[in-house]
Every structure is written in structure tokens, then in C-alpha cells.
Design a protein around this ligand. Structure first.
Ligand code: TRP
Length: 335
């Protein structure tokens, strides 16, 4: 019988701790998708993507398992979703090579991600070609399992667009081979950084991590940047240029949002009062995730390894036949 469920795929790079921006941006959505009966979800850890910027074997191994624990702690159900490591499916890298030959260098150089990464790297560091071809590996991740839907944050949309172009290009020459995937955009939640910048991001060190204790959350939020023109408690503030207010709009309830908005403008409350409410709400979000993680960690890493092993087999069984089909079509089958 044909499987009528939509195939959903998404990945997260194995680089250190996940933060509130990751959770509210995409991971919370992964959890809901994994419970949706009409979808079959494949969530993986993109450990091959990690080596574009980090080649420390120990930390890659460690971060991979931590991310699996994060997936489950935020509510991805491992009984329903396939959780696997990108490196468990060698056929994906093979498909990437083939897709490489259908991609122009100009297309890759245009990717905002590449421009940004290249800009950020220290001058001495090598711009390795993996940074440039990163989106092609991502295209292979998506096209290999015939994904219908790709839930990703806004920053990844150009990569999925490239994936769609590559799939169409291939299908035009060799006949219908790839499903053209759609971006699954949930309501876009972009959590701003604690340093006043527009986005919470690991490399900017402006995050609240999912593992932060209530004390750390308080410290970080109290130190964070607010409306810089509000110097004294008696000065009225402008919530529209305050990241803490933006965070309220994401994490607080309607009454609280109105309260802090109005009382900031009228100097009815100070930044500390406003932050205290936010801190409580952040901790309320983090608490159940941390509880779950604590329970899982007690079971040790063997349980994580088992999930990765089983998931790797299922994912490979799904992806390998597609890659063989592609190789057949372009005249380079396995002999
Ligand atoms: N590039 C994505 C990120 O940095 C991770 C990723 C790799 C991915 N392959 C993917 C996401 C395939 C969705 C589908 O967040």
C-alpha cells in the first residue's frame, strides 16, 4: 500500500547548546509535527555540515548526542519520528556529488549564508569549499528522502529555494525523479538577542540556552540591553526599540504584554520590573524541557545511541533507493 503520509525532513547542525531562539523558532514546531498523524517526520543532526566550521571530533560526537537529547526533551516523539545522524547515510553524500554537477558556482556565491560566513571568519582562516557547497549537501538531505515539506527558519529559505531549482533542473532533463519540496513555514518567530541585536544566535553569545538554570536566566536577562535612550527609571521608554519587549510579545500573555508596554511608555515601571516578568515566563518555558532532559540523562547515552542506530537504518532504507535511481538515470549505477 502506498504511504499517504507527507514526508517531513529537517536537520540541526551539531554545534553546542541549543537556545531559546532555536526552540521557539523551529524545534517547538518539530515536536508538534512529530505528533501529526498525517506526516512522517525525519529529523536529523547535520554532523557533516558541522565540519564546515568545526573539526573537533570529540565535540562533534558529544554535540550530536546532546542534540538528540534536545530533540526528545522539547517533545519530538522518538517512537513516531525518525531521528538520525546525517553521517549514517553515506548515500546522501553521493547524491550531493551528483547535485554539485548541476549547480553553478554563481548560485552558491549568491547564498546569503555563504556571504555572511565568509565575512565573519577570521582573516587567517581558510574559506573551505565546504562552506560554499553547504547548500548542495542540504539539497541532497532533502531530495534523497523525497521530502514534501521542510520546516526551517527564515534564514534557511534560500537553501530550500535552491533545492527546488535543482530538483526541477534534474527532472527537466531526466524525467520526474525528485519531489519538489515546499517550505513549511509556521508563524515566523524570531527571538532577538540579549545584546540588542535582531537575532539570538550562538556565535553572537547573546543567547538563553535551553539548559540555563533560573539563576543564569536572571543574570543574563538583568544584564541585557533595553531601550538605550531610557537612562533613568523616571524616563519614559520606547518598547518598540527594546528587545526585552519583543521577547515579551513572544513569551508573555496578552495582559502582561499590554502592562509592560503601557507602563514602559509612562515610566510606571522600570526595566527591572519588566525583566522580572520576562524571567518568570522564560523559566516556565524551560522548566518542563529541563525536567524531561534530566530524566533522559539518567538513562545514559546508550539509549541515545540506540535511537541513532535504529533511525540510521530506517533513514538509509528510505534514501538509498532514490540515490540508486538517480545514478541509474545519469548512467553511473553501482556495478
Ligand atoms: N542548514 C541547516 C541549518 O543550519 C541544517 C540543515 C542541514 C537542514 N540539512 C538540512 C535543514 C536539510 C533542513 C533540511 O539550520
Amino acid at each position: 500500500m502506498l504511504d499517504q503520509k507527507k514526508t517531513v525532513i529537517s536537520g540541526i547542525r551539531a554545534t553546542g547548546k541549543l537556545h531559546l531562539g532555536n526552540y521557539l523558532g523551529v524545534m517547538r514546531n518539530f515536536a508538534n509535527l512529530s505528533l501529526d498523524e498525517t506526516k512522517r517526520c525525519y529529523f536529523f543532526v547535520a554532523n557533516l555540515h558541522t565540519i564546515t566550521t568545526n573539526i573537533d571530533p570529540q565535540s562533534i560526537r558529544h554535540d550530536l548526542r546532546e542534540i538528540v537529547l534536545d530533540y526528545i526533551s522539547v517533545g519530538v516523539d522518538p517512537e513516531r519520528a525518525v531521528i538520525f545522524a546525517q553521517s549514517s547515510v553515506p548515500e546522501t553524500s553521493e547524491l550531493m556529488w551528483i547535485l554539485n554537477c548541476f549547480t553553478t558556482v554563481a548560485e552558491l556565491e549568491r547564498m546569503p549564508h555563504f556571504k555572511e560566513k565568509r565575512g565573519k571568519l577570521e582573516e587567517k582562516e581558510i574559506v573551505n569549499s565546504g562552506l560554499l557547497t553547504y547548500p548542495i549537501l542540504m539539497a541532497a538531505d532533502i531530495l534523497g528522502p523525497n521530502a514534501d515539506l521542510v520546516p526551517v527558519g527564515e534564514d534557511q529559505h534560500p537553501h530550500v529555494e535552491l533545492t527546488r531549482s535543482l530538483a526541477k533542473r534534474f527532472n527537466n532533463i531526466f524525467g520526474k525523479t525528485f519531489v519538489i519540496p515546499d517550505i513549511l513555514s509556521s508563524e515566523v518567530v524570531r527571538v532577538p538577542g540579549l545584546d540588542g541585536t535582531a537575532k539570538m544566535g550562538k556565535s553572537d553569545k547573546n543567547t538563553i540556552d535551553l539548559s540555563d538554570s533560573p539563576d543564569i536566566v536572571s543574570q543574563k536577562v538583568f544584564k541585557s540591553v533595553t531601550d538605550i535612550r531610557r537612562k533613568r527609571r523616571s524616563d519614559p521608554g520606547d518598547p518598540t526599540c527594546c528587545n526585552i519587549y519583543t521577547m515579551h510579545t513572544i513569551m508573555s500573555n496578552g495582559d502582561e504584554i499590554r502592562y509592560v508596554h503601557d507602563n514602559c511608555r509612562s515610566a510606571g515601571i522600570g526595566c527591572i520590573d519588566c525583566k522580572e516578568i520576562l524571567i518568570q515566563n522564560i523559566n516556565n518555558i524551560l522548566f518542563p524541557i529541563q525536567q524531561k532532559r534530566f530524566e533522559l540523562t539518567r538513562q545514559g547515552y546508550e539509549f541515545v545511541d540506540e535511537i541513532l542506530h535504529e533511525g540510521g537504518i530506517v533513514a538509509r532504507n528510505k534514501i538509498a533507493p532514490k540515490v540508486e535511481e538517480v545514478k541509474e538515470k545519469i548512467g553511473v549505477p553501482s556495478y
